[in-house]
Design a protein around this ligand. Structure first.
Ligand SMILES: [Fe+2]
Length: 399
């Protein structure tokens, strides 16, 4: 597909209607997605507690790219491209590890934790290793959460940090720890995975477990009387009553949009769990359950749900044209101990069961979208946010 054809497709896309099939099946558009969305946006990579000691590292992988996220010293992390500067081999092949030097197994080249070449054997006498270092991409820390960006000059992260600091502070995510992390493989183009996350039209028919306790499954939850009560109660519980929505806009910068919004729980549920009861100790500085929960988002494809007792962070990444991954991190208070303060099964039950269902419905969606009989269809009033995402997406990939 050439530029003119892509422009025509974008121009002809009717508002509030699902996208033309080509956006899900055309390999050139997929490549454009990677370049325009994924290589320019801020992406959630992981949590600082996963790499507590100098030399601890884990991999961030998407669309055939691999980045080593390594703890460089007490205060900082490096995001290094996992491609050896010798002949290009992958350096780290495990998902995580700990080492003083990053050593390529192929010919033994080793790098320090900032990516500088440390040693390379049997090189000619005039070989100068001083200018050789692993590619490095941008990394920012937001309350203990590590975000990365492949762009040479990414959109500033300052506005995200400044604006979300007050809302996020009560949770003390910087002092939280990862209780569980799991990657779900989805046989669908990445956009179908993100589209599904951005709407709760499917919640009532597809997620009885979620719908039991979360008012967002019903239209108008954020404008309801119950919402006013939650917001009124929030400060006494130690929570912020601010709502922020700077998502899918050009400001504050490309791929750096963010949002923080609360909505009510119902039927006596205080958190996202099988019976609606707490599954972990209250997080950070939160003093009580306020009857609500929070959605927050940083960048176009990283989302989170913050309950008073735990947080789940979602990240969607492409694997190939028809494959994507949903990576979920469950965070609890830093001093909570498994077995004593929380049970991993109970903690992860709701979002595991919900994500298994999402995987199924997204894959069914993908199978239908690939049919020769697929035609774009109209969005409901509960898919406004999805259309917002799509509008941003179409603008973003415009050649
Ligand atoms: Fe869902």
């Amino acid at each position: 597909m050439d530029k003119i054809e892509l422009e025509a497709l974008i121009d002809n896309q009717p508002a509030r209607t699902s996208l033309d099939q080509a956006f899900y099946t055309d390999y050139d558009i997929y490549q454009r997605d990677i370049e325009a969305v994924y290589l320019k946006s801020w992406l959630y990579a992981g949590h600082l507690s996963e790499i507590p000691r100098t030399g601890d590292w884990f991999l961030f992988e998407m669309a055939g790219e691999s980045v080593i996220i390594v703890r460089k010293d007490r205060d900082s992390v490096s995001a290094l491209l996992n491609v050896c500067r010798h002949r290009g081999s992958i350096i780290c092949s495990e998902k995580r590890g700990c080492s003083k030097k990053l050593v390529c197994r192929y010919h033994g080249w080793s790098y320090d934790l900032d990516g500088r070449l440390h040693s390379a054997a049997h090189m000619p006498d005039d070989f100068d290793k001083s200018g050789i270092r692993l590619g490095k991409i941008h990394a920012e820390i937001l309350e203990g959460m590590i975000f990365i960006n492949f762009a040479e000059r990414p959109a500033a992260f300052e506005a995200v940090r400044e604006d979300l600091r007050g809302c996020l502070r009560p949770y003390r995510i910087d002092q939280a720890k990862v209780a569980h992390r799991q990657t779900y493989f989805i046989n669908a183009n990445w956009k179908l995975s993100v589209e599904n996350y951005t709407e709760c039209y499917h919640c009532a028919p597809s997620h009885p477990e979620y719908t039991r306790g979360h008012a967002l499954a019903k239209p108008g939850a954020r404008a309801s009387e119950q919402m006013k009560q939650v917001m009124a109660r929030a400060p006494a519980c130690g929570l912020s009553d601010r709502a922020v929505n700077r998502i899918y806009l050009d400001e504050p910068g490309f791929g750096a949009g963010y949002a923080f919004e609360r909505y009510p729980m119902w039927r006596g549920h205080v958190t996202g769990s099988e019976d609606g009861k707490a599954v972990a100790p209250l997080m950070g500085e939160i003093r009580d359950y306020d009857g609500g929960t929070t959605d927050f988002q940083v960048g176009p494809v990283s989302f989170a749900l913050a309950y008073c007792d735990y947080i789940v962070i979602y990240r969607f990444t492409p694997v190939s044209l028809h494959e994507s991954e949903c990576d979920i991190t469950w965070l609890v208070n830093g001093d909570a101990e498994e077995g004593r303060d929380y049970d991993r099964e109970r903690l992860t039950w709701l979002w595991d069961v919900t994500t298994q269902a999402d995987k199924r419905i997204i894959e069914n969606n993908a199978a239908g979208v690939r049919s020769r009989f697929y035609e774009p269809g109209p969005y409901s009033t509960m898919e406004e946010y999805t259309w917002k995402f799509m509008t941003w997406y179409l603008q973003t990939i415009r050649p």
